[in-house]
Ligand binder design. Structure first.
Ligand code: CTP
Length: 406
């Protein structure tokens, strides 16, 4: 989920670094917008390093991107911590004098303020009126915690614990996320086709893109089933994990999981062939026999079967395939990808241009998303998390506009 984290100019700004960690460790994509005053407490470099995203606090940075419009529209959630008396006042009166307040005026999703200030400032009639105004507009303003404040004083005014802010933020997005109530099955990793008890034919898929998709779908509110063939990365928390080894096992698991899924994403690298015979015992190296020959037989095309099954049963599932393509003298990557989309019959095809830039095991990816209805190809690139977010956004769009709930 894309989150904007606004940081106000109070000493408690340093505690927000822990809050940012909670968001990023849960797999969220966070853009930090510090106010000018807050950078006297915590520098921009800290926010950039911890979020992994560039940080700005001026509407005049990166003007062609119109940052406040983009950030406000894209954010599924805006959290402001510490919300100072000044920030609460500016938000309540609709001021737009820096990037954060501009972004707040553009917000489409829920907004949460976590206040921190001296007790007298919190209890002042002006601050209380501003809090009431904000709450009246459906904005969540947490109560500050009580305890020792910056000076010798103590009372209500402490920033609530990062855990408390995190839980409140997550609760706010429940039921409002685009994939809430949807079940998404994702296959990931590379299948391994055994030759004997110790050897197999495998491929170089790391499972990173599939895992990034599982995190993105989970964070978009979906119940996620991850059907994992061999992966170099661990499965994320909060998803149902089914581990498989071979293409046939993956087929079995995918057909079962698909029965009650709204979306199936075939991100796994499935072996097209498997050894015809699997030896029960280790194949010995005998010097006196001829060079061994491995006979391969075709594996079923799981993606195609899922599409056929859905069409035969009149299902309304969204099925997403992946393709690694190269162009040649007879056609470019998009030409071959469009052919594959038609052949496989899936609704969306995520196309990697291989050859130009190998994708296996890398942390970055660049894809084109093709849709069955001949719509404009959509490009997405960046980290595998960025690409996963773009694919998840597209799936949410297709589910609500093209395949609305029956
Ligand atoms: N796939 C599948 N079952 C297979 C092979 C692939 O479900 N036995 C799925 C992959 O998970 C992926 C898509 O099909 O979503 C990739 O197809 P790809 O292997 O690129 O296509 P092929 O039909 O094998 O075409 P090519 O001739 O390009 O190899």
């Amino acid at each position: 989920m894309r989150i904007v984290l606004g940081v106000g100019g109070g000493i408690a700004a340093y505690k927000v670094a822990s809050l940012l960690r909670l968001f990023t460790e849960a797999g969220h994509n966070v853009t930090v917008i510090p106010t000018e005053a807050s950078t006297r407490f915590v520098g921009v470099a800290t926010w950039e390093a911890l979020s992994g995203n560039p940080v700005s606090n001026s509407v005049f940075d990166d003007v062609p991107q119109v940052n406040h419009v983009r950030l406000g529209h894209e954010a599924a959630l805006i959290v402001v911590a510490p919300a100072t008396a000044d920030l609460l006042a500016r938000a309540a009166t609709g001021q737009a004098n820096d990037l954060l307040t501009n972004t707040l005026l553009m917000a489409r999703g829920p907004v949460l303020f976590a206040p921190a200030m001296h007790t007298e400032m919190w209890q002042h009639a002006a601050t209380q009126a501003n809090v009431e105004t904000l709450r009246g507009r459906g904005i969540t303003v947490l109560e500050p915690a009580s305890g020792r404040l910056t000076g010798a004083d103590s009372g209500p005014g402490r920033l609530p614990d990062p855990d408390v802010i995190f839980d409140a933020a997550m609760a706010l997005t429940q039921g409002r996320l685009p994939l809430t109530g949807r079940t998404v099955t994702i296959t990931a990793g590379g299948t391994r086709e055994p030759l004997d008890p110790v050897r197999f034919l495998g491929n170089r898929s790391s499972g990173k893109q599939g895992v990034a998709l599982a995190v993105a779908a989970r964070n978009a509110g979906a119940s996620v089933r991850l059907l994992a063939a061999h992966m170099d990365v661990p499965a994320p928390p909060g998803v149902e994990l089914v581990e498989v080894e071979t293409a046939l096992q993956l087929r079995e698991a995918a057909l079962t999981a698909a029965a009650d899924s709204d979306v199936v994403i075939m991100a796994a690298a499935v072996a097209d062939f498997r050894p015809a015979d699997v030896s029960d015992t280790k194949i010995k190296k005998r010097d006196d026999t001829a060079d061994p020959v491995i006979t391969l037989v075709r594996n079923p095309d799981i993606l195609q079967e899922l599409v056929q099954l859905r069409d035969q049963t009149g299902g309304r599932q969204l099925i997403v395939g992946f393709a690694a393509e190269t162009g040649d003298a007879n056609g470019d990557v998009l030409h071959y990808a469009a052919e594959k989309l038609t052949r496989k019959g899936c609704d969306l095809l995520v196309v990697n241009h291989v050859g130009r830039d190998q994708v296996f095991g890398k942390d970055h990816n660049s894809v084109v998303i093709l849709a069955r209805a001949n719509s404009e190809p959509q490009s997405a690139s960046g980290s595998k998390q960025d690409v996963a977010a773009a694919i998840t956004d597209r799936i949410s769009f297709e589910l609500s506009h093209v395949l609305p709930r029956a």
